[in-house]
Design a protein around this ligand. Structure first.
Ligand code: S3P
Length: 443
């Protein structure tokens, strides 16, 4: 069934309260399905994110011959590192950049040709960043100009191991190389210019891969022994800190609020937003820090806070790369300017996020300046004017960010299309309504 755009609106109202269960981590969910497909035995995954991006990964691993059974937990039966089967049809990765790039790493080590496409947003995103290193390893590609989807990849199980620096500080690129390296005889060595989320490394180790990490002068170096055999392991997916960010910032901005967010993923490469918000004066309490299946988690409480603008250093970008849209919303309500440095990567996310933020914030009455890789938001020192409909450009995080801004505005906001929210945070509107936020379908 083809449905049209679904407008949604947010209006200012009373305090947000309650304990909110945020869905599972998207990054970890993709990886759990892929490692499940590459290992021998049954991988039982609890807390898997049931959102469109992860459904695309599940459908792809099934098309490649793995068995996926959905129930209270999701169970995957894999086929071994180079044992996947040629898919009978094009793999459609929908809106999911992580699924597409990691899956190309998986496919690089398989002895067949596969075809991949995605939605209009994904077909605009650069794939050369994975095509280049995977080609160096021996995979072959036929792609649209600029290395864009749709593309065809022909893999081979006797890839050359990768040895060198990552072309860009990207966990997706690093993970694609490591997943390909599983099939390559010999040792794959990747050096990251800046540390990025390490879910792949943690999970590979848990599945029995021989992988080591050390800090060197050139950056963080990861070594992986190829021709690996992975043993299926249970995976418990923590709640996604990138999704928790939306109710958390809403609570900071709406007067009188206090929300509790239990069991949130606290991988140190994901917590840059919490650091930045605290520097801005946010009351964020982190309690019960513990480990769950190799990942740090904790319970978070956020209370309404008066925020002040800050400068966010470029080095922090990898640890909060998905959180700049919601940070920009917090900054819009803060006292004084907030400048985000080194954020050029935002131009190649689900949308050009710097452009989408500048356009939406300006429409809502918030002064903004943007450069190639920086953004300054001049805070209104309280509720922003609002009163506008913002274009989401098929980007879930732009959609949720501008709904949160509406809660902290004088006249509310609307978004032209809430459809993309289902890619990462199904039930977002309902969860916010349970906290008493005035978010509802518009029109
Ligand atoms: C992700 C890595 C990040 C992030 C994306 C998820 C991952 O992308 O933006 O949402 O799961 O590896 P980059 O690695 O391209 O920065």
């Amino acid at each position: 069934m083809v449905t049209g755009p679904r407008a949604m609106a947010a209006r200012p109202g009373g305090p947000l309260t309650g304990t909110l269960s945020v869905p599972g981590d998207k990054s970890i969910s993709h990886r759990a399905l892929m490692l499940g497909a590459l290992s021998v035995g049954e991988t039982a995954i609890t807390g898997l994110l049931d959102a469109e991006d992860v459904q695309a990964t599940a459908a792809a691993v099934e098309a490649l011959g793995a068995t996926v059974e959905r129930g209270d937990s999701t169970r995957v039966w894999g086929r071994g590192v180079s044992g996947l089967a040629e898919p009978a049809d094009v793999l459609d990765m929908g809106n999911a950049g992580t699924a597409a790039r990691l899956m190309l790493g998986v496919l690089a080590g398989q002895p067949f040709t596969a075809f991949m496409t995605g939605d209009a947003s994904l077909r605009r995103r650069p794939m050369n960043r994975v095509i280049e290193p995977l080609s160096r390893m021996g995979a072959q590609f036929l792609a649209r100009s600029g290395g864009r989807l749709p593309l065809a990849i022909t893999g081979r199980p006797d890839l050359l191991p990768y040895d060198g620096a990552l072309p860009v500080a990207s966990a997706q690129v690093k993970s694609a190389i490591l997943l390909a390296g599983l099939a390559a005889p010999g040792e794959t060595r990747v050096v990251e210019p800046a540390p990025t989320r390490d879910h792949t490394e943690r999970m590979l180790r848990a599945f029995g891969a021989d992988l080591s990490v050390q800090d060197t002068d050139a950056g963080r170096e990861i070594r992986l022994t190829g021709e690996a055999e992975l043993d299926a392991r249970p995976v418990q997916v923590p709640a996604d800190p990138s999704s928790a960010a939306f109710p958390l910032v809403a609570a900071l901005l709406v007067p009188g609020s206090e929300v509790h967010l239990p069991a949130i993923g606290m991988n140190p490469h994901r917590t840059g937003l919490f650091t930045t918000l605290r520097e801005m004066g946010a009351a964020i309490e982190v309690a019960n820090e513990r480990e769950q299946a190799g990942e740090a988690i904790a319970d978070i409480t956020a209370r309404t806070s008066r925020l002040r603008g800050v400068a966010v250093p470029a080095e922090r970008a990898p640890s909060m790369i998905d959180e700049y849209p919601i940070l920009a919303v917090a900054a819009a309500c803060a006292d004084g300017p907030t400048t985000m440095h080194g954020v050029g990567e935002l131009r190649v996310k689900e949308s050009d996020r710097l452009a989408a933020l500048a356009e939406g914030l300006t429409a809502c009455g918030v002064p903004v300046e943007a450069g190639d890789d920086w953004l300054t938001v001049h805070g209104c020192g309280g509720p922003v004017p609002g009163g506008e409909t913002v274009a989401t450009h098929m980007d879930h995080r732009i959609a949720m960010s501008f709904l949160v801004l509406g809660l902290a505005s004088r006249h509310g906001t609307a978004i032209d299309d809430a459809g993309a929210i289902a890619t990462s945070f199904p039930g977002f509107a309902e969860l916010m309504q349970r906290a008493r936020a005035g978010i509802a379908a518009a029109g």
